[in-house]
Design a protein around this ligand. Structure first.
Ligand code: ATP
Length: 235
């Protein structure tokens, strides 16, 4: 492999109040890579993304981004460094139109995509420009949610279960978009339970259980590890 990681997570612990849920998470992502965090419900994948973003206040260990330590920094400062989270609940505003939703995130860093570029990536959204957030299909809402974080200028995207609840044809569209973002140089951490979707996209898979990584499976070794993966995920 070689090359320094853009994001390097090591010995990451995290708590909700007294409840200790991350127990030494560790993984690396180099620039331009897509990696997945795979694991069952409650394994700690979402919490890991929140800890990276600084939304989980109680965390220890190390999260280095471009050589800078993020543990101890507040969420807004971390966002300004060029990391964006697309949450599982999508975080779009139901009462606002597609256009208003897209214009809402501030350009925290130069280099955020223009509306035209976002519509090039998601032609469906252009047709729905003045539709209210609530009137969108699940797939359109997910595209809007990803579109919004591309506005921020972030180069590292944390995507939390983007395919959840979506029809297979829409899942394919989201997959094609993620593949394109990778080709355009974005670095992506993808949380997924649908690993058939993730399989073709990711350079490497980190299997998460009880708040830590219990296995690492490079893309080339996926086929040979299929049975083991099924057992990990309980599918
Ligand atoms: P899921 O697919 O269900 O989101 P996950 O792997 O992302 O699974 P997390 O959501 O990170 O898992 O949850 C890790 C653990 O933390 C679980 O035991 C969960 O019950 C607990 N947890 C999650 N959110 C909270 C919260 N706000 N307060 C307390 N405990 C929480």
């Amino acid at each position: 492999t070689g090359g320094e990681a853009l994001l390097s997570v090591s010995d990451l612990h995290g708590w909700y109040g007294e409840s200790h849920v991350l127990h030494g998470m560790a993984f690396d992502v180099r620039e331009g890579e897509v990696v997945t965090l795979l694991g069952r419900n409650g394994a700690g994948k979402t919490t890991t993304l929140k800890a990276i973003m600084g939304i989980l206040p109680k965390r220890t260990g190390s999260v280095r981004f471009g050589g800078t330590e993020l543990i101890g920094e507040p969420a807004r400062k971390i966002a300004r460094r060029g990391i964006a989270l697309c949450p599982e609940e999508r975080g779009i505003f139901a009462s606002l139109s597609v256009e208003e939703n897209l214009l809402l995130p501030p350009q925290v860093k130069p280099g955020g995509l223009s509306l035209d570029r976002i519509f090039e990536l998601f032609p469906n959204l252009k047709e729905r420009l003045s539709s209210q957030g609530t009137k969108l299909s699940g797939g359109e809402q997910q595209m809007l949610a990803i579109g919004r974080i591309l506005r921020t200028g972030a180069k590292l995207l944390l995507l939390d279960e983007p395919t959840e609840g979506l029809a297979p044809v829409i899942v394919q569209q989201i997959g094609a978009t993620i593949a394109r973002l990778k080709r355009e140089g974005f670095t992506i951490v993808l949380v997924e339970q649908n690993f058939h979707f993730a399989a073709s996209l990711a350079d490497r898979h980190y299997v998460v259980e009880q708040g830590r990584v219990i296995d690492i499976i490079p893309k080339a070794e996926l086929e040979a590890n299929m049975e083991k993966l099924h057992a990990y995920l309980g599918v």
